[in-house]
Every structure is written in structure tokens, then in C-alpha cells.
Design a protein. Structure first.
Length: 214
């Protein structure tokens, strides 16, 4: 199994956590998003993922390129250490929480969006950072409310074992801290993140522990 990854990509970070939680061996294949104009845009990589994004996961069955699809595939093919609850309501809630991050926060703060703001729309680095912080704060505020008000929230985002939602939460918190966003303003998020990052599977997935870390 190969994971095409970039150490600071939050989407790749999610998949690394899931692979580690399940105890699956994989080969990390770094794809640098900044060097050589972006290795993810080179022809060799585009044959693997025509979208020109990371991550991409290859095994003997197929190649998958979206973090949610990859993690759900892993959960179905390797059902030990499940990352989705058994009940339909629980599964829907975990997907809801993950998609608040994947659909509401991440797309407007992706590297290619931030680069477009500066290169093509002429925004300053300060304006780019303001953009990033605004949308992350909006998203975290919403996520905190969803977590704080629902009895399904336990030690983790849902219940007392990590799920897909936690795989998504931790990378987003890591990125938010890089831009000096005060996570303590979101106490439920901060509590869950602190619990997760102490677990071996999360520690091993951290950007600083990757072969391409800078």
C-alpha cells in the first residue's frame, strides 16, 4: 500500500491517522507541493491523481484520491478498529462532523486557494492570512457548537473511541495553530485534540514525524 502524501497536507494527515489507528503498513511517497513548481502538478503524479492533489492511496485493488473516500474504504476493507459507529445515527453524525471540516473549512483555505488570492487576485500576505483566519474561525465556531451541544460527544468527537471525525479534527487544529488561532476559545475542540495527540497513532501521523518534514 502506498500513500502519496505531503507532510503538512491536512488531508494526507487525516489518512495517516486512520492508517495508524488500524495498524496498517504503508509506504509514504512524498509529493512536495512547493518544489519544482509543485510536484503534484507534474505529469507523473497527474497519471496517479488527475486532480493534482494529495493524498492518493494505492493498493492492489485501486487508486483513491479523496481523504473521506480513502478512510471509509479502509474502514470497510479492514474492519478491525472501526472508525465509524455501528448505528446509522452515529455514522451520520461522524460524517457530519468530518464534513464540517472537509467541506466548510478546508476548501477555502487549501494551499491552491491561498496562492490564487496572492498571485492572481493581488492580495497581500496580510490579506491572505486574514482570509484564512476568518474562515477557520467561522468553521471552528460551528464545529464547537455541534460538539458541545450533542450528547453523542464523549471523550472523542463521537463516543469514547476515535472515529473519522477525530481523524479530521486534529489536522485542522494543527493548521489553525500554525496561523496563531487560539484553540482554547473552543474548549470541546481543545479537549478532544489534547486527548488525541497523546495517542501513538496520532503522534506517528504528525507532520514533524514524516520523512519529508521540513
Amino acid at each position: 500500500m502506498k500513500l502519496y502524501t505531503y507532510f503538512r497536507s491536512s488531508a494526507a494527515y487525516r489518512v495517516r491517522i486512520a492508517l495508524n489507528l488500524k495498524g496498517l503498513d504503508y509506504q509514504a511517497v512524498p509529493v512536495h507541493l512547493l518544489r519544482e513548481g509543485g510536484q503534484h502538478l507534474m505529469d507523473d503524479y497527474l497519471t496517479i491523481n488527475p486532480s493534482g492533489l494529495v493524498p492518493a492511496l494505492q493498493d492492489d485493488r485501486m487508486t483513491l484520491t479523496q481523504s473521506m473516500a480513502i478512510i471509509e474504504y479502509l474502514d470497510e476493507v479492514y474492519p478491525l478498529v472501526p472508525l465509524l459507529p455501528k448505528d446509522a445515527v452515529g455514522r451520520a453524525r461522524v460524517r457530519e462532523l468530518a464534513q464540517i471540516i472537509a467541506c466548510d473549512i478546508h476548501p477555502v483555505n487549501n494551499l491552491r486557494v491561498l496562492k490564487y488570492l496572492v498571485k492572481h487576485l493581488g492580495q497581500s500576505e496580510e490579506a491572505k492570512t486574514d482570509w484564512y483566519r476568518h474562515w477557520v474561525i467561522e468553521g471552528l465556531r460551528s464545529l464547537e457548537a455541534h460538539l458541545a451541544r450533542n450528547l453523542g460527544t464523549g471523550l472523542f468527537c463521537h463516543g469514547d473511541t476515535p472515529t473519522i471525525a477525530d481523524c479530521f479534527l486534529v489536522p485542522q487544529v494543527f493548521n489553525a495553530r500554525r496561523f496563531d488561532i487560539d484553540i482554547d476559545a473552543y474548549p470541546t475542540i481543545a479537549r478532544i485534540d489534547a486527548l488525541c495527540v497523546d495517542l501513538p497513532a496520532f503522534k506517528a501521523a504528525h507532520p514533524s514525524q514524516q520523512p519529508d518534514a521540513e
